[in-house]
Design a protein around this ligand. Structure first.
Ligand code: HXC
Length: 258
């Protein structure tokens, strides 16, 4: 498949998607998001790919949804096309783990896309923000909801109401990103991290992801019960036998279901 707005690389067992609209700081237009959806679906269906990395350039992960594309839209346009659900939420539907490797600007829809991934690795130069308020709108791809869950009400509210940016240090301190890596090592580090996940038992990885995500959707008691039942079910897998036997025998496990 050929793409114009993204670069897609199979680095088995990791799939790499690089946003590639440098002239617009990777502003996310409809075509780019269509391509991203196709690429994610292709990786999801690809047995050789077991983890995915989404990244941008050193200057910008993505400076938001494409403002010039949105500028002339009216209410009935955005309502009728249900802007943006059709092609923006594939990352949240993907069952394989997705790491957002963010350098430079992750603003508006760019920050929202990063937050739809399973975790965010930030380069030292990363800057996060929801500046939509300055455009006379508000975040529309989950920013008010996901940022609040990541960083808490006070910081999310300040960011959404003022549009100010957060640097990598602040983002790590407040739980938005898992860790900070040197900018020139970002993609390499994200691929290495994804590669480590890809060596583990795939059913466990996919189920662990479901369980963590469940924490956002349910009560503590229900979430803990969901986790326990799934934990029990993993004892029916060959990989549980292999993982625990390998530990007892002091050897590296060879998981069957990768
Ligand atoms: C369209 C964009 C863009 C965007 C940058 N560009 N961001 N085009 N949509 N979101 C374009 C600029 O118009 C310019 O094109 C080129 O990229 C380089 O940008 P500059 O502004 O010249 O770069 P710089 O001075 O370095 O400033 C970087 C920046 C600034 C601080 C990131 O570009 C900026 O503020 N961008 C907008 C950020 C934003 O408001 N994002 C939220 C969008 S709304 P030309 O042709 O002039 O060279 C949103 C809603 C999501 O995301 C809701 C769900 C869909």
């Amino acid at each position: 498949m050929s793409y114009e707005m993204i670069l897609v690389d199979r680095k088995e067992p990791v799939g790499l998607i690089t946003l590639n609209r440098p002239e617009a700081l990777n502003a996310l237009n409809g075509k780019l998001m269509d391509e991203m959806t196709k690429a994610l679906r292709a990786f999801e269906a690809d047995d050789e790919i077991r983890a995915i990395v989404i990244t941008g350039s050193e200057k910008a992960f993505a400076a938001g949804a494409d403002i010039k594309e949105m500028q002339s839209k009216g209410y009935m346009d955005v309502f009728k096309e249900d802007f943006i659900t059709a092609n923006w939420e594939e990352a949240t539907r993907c069952r394989k783990p997705i790491i957002a490797a963010v350098a430079g600007y992750a603003l508006g829809g760019g920050c929202e896309l990063a937050m739809m991934c399973d975790f965010i690795l930030a380069a030292e130069n990363a800057k996060f923000g929801q500046p939509e308020i300055k455009l006379g709108v508000i975040p529309g791809a989950g920013g008010t909801q996901r940022l609040t869950r990541f960083v808490g009400k006070s910081k999310a509210m300040e960011m959404v109401l003022t549009g100010r940016m957060m640097d990598a240090e602040e983002a790590e301190r407040s739980g938005l990103v898992s860790r900070i890596v040197p900018t020139d090592q970002l993609v390499e580090e994200a691929l290495a991290t994804a590669g480590k996940i890809a060596e583990l038992s795939m059913p466990s990885v996919m189920i662990a992801k479901e369980c963590v995500n469940k924490a956002y959707e349910t009560t503590l008691a229900e979430g803990v019960m969901f986790e326990r039942r799934i934990f029990h079910s993993l004892f029916a897998t060959e990989d549980q036998k292999e993982g625990m036997s390998a530990f007892a025998e002091k050897r590296t496990p060879e998981f069957k279901h990768k």
